[in-house]
Ligand binder design. Structure first.
Ligand SMILES: Nc1nc2c(ncn2[C@@H]2O[C@H](COP(=O)(O)OP(=O)(O)OP(=O)(O)O)[C@@H](O)[C@H]2O)c(=O)[nH]1
Ligand SMILES: [Mg+2]
Length: 195
């Protein structure tokens, strides 16, 4: 598969977008931060390895709505992001990154807003922050939260993976590898190959 495939990652600030890129690329290429302030303030693209001899271009973006202190900035970020999505044509996949801890109404609103914005481009979800989930099979997070997802208007049929995107040094080897492989497979399986 050509590395010219464009994959854009969006999601709330702190959801783990830049960490996801580092996990995919196997290096700490994208800056991450535990601060409550936005870390990524400008879009940036990275060549990422999808395994199985495939690669793609993954775009890191500025975090969506941050919360009460950020209400003036949110519309500006949204406009900037929509413009970026239009410019990066052809777009082959939109990845909505979301923390599995403390899902909010705004997460569902943003998911549906950007799903509409990209039209026929596939949209998938990566649920992060699940290293302490009370079931060793992180995938069970999805069925456990079925009712909440429905309330947020996120279809149960949405292609997704439930993972942790913490850096390699902070995770048991197997958990890091399982999460990375799950994300790679999600992208490989859903990326548009017809354009
Ligand atoms: N516990 C936990 N922490 C995570 C996870 N993924 C990322 N983090 C941490 O959360 C913080 C924010 O991660 P980033 O990757 O910078 O988040 P971001 O979405 O790029 O944030 P912005 O650039 O501000 O939009 C960092 O300290 C990460 O190490 C995860 O799955 N679990
Ligand atoms: Mg970031």
């Amino acid at each position: 598969m050509s590395s010219k495939r464009n994959v854009i990652i969006i999601g709330q600030s702190g959801a783990g977008k830049s960490s996801l890129i580092n996990m995919l690329s196997g290096e700490e290429k994208a800056r991450t931060s535990p601060d409550t302030k936005r870390c990524t303030v400008v879009e940036k693209e990275y060549e990422c390895n999808l395994g199985e001899g495939q690669s793609c271009r993954v775009h890191d973006t500025v975090g969506l709505e941050e919360g009460l202190l950020d209400f003036l900035w949110a519309p500006k970020v949204e406009r900037q992001l929509k413009k970026y999505l239009k410019e990066k044509k052809p777009l082959h996949l939109l990845v909505y990154c979301i923390s599995g801890v403390g899902l909010k109404k705004v997460d569902g609103r943003n998911f549906n807003k950007f799903k509409s914005a990209v039209g026929k481009v596939p949209v998938v979800m990566v649920i992060t922050n699940l290293e302490n989930f009370n079931d060793p099979n992180l995938e069970n997070w999805w069925s456990t939260n079925r009712v909440l997802l429905r309330k947020l208007d996120i279809p149960e049929s949405t292609s997704h993976v439930c993972v942790t995107t913490l850096p390699r040094a902070h995770l048991p080897h197997s958990l890091y590898n399982t999460s990375r492989e799950a994300i790679r497979a999600l992208i490989r399986d859903n990326i548009l190959t017809s354009r």
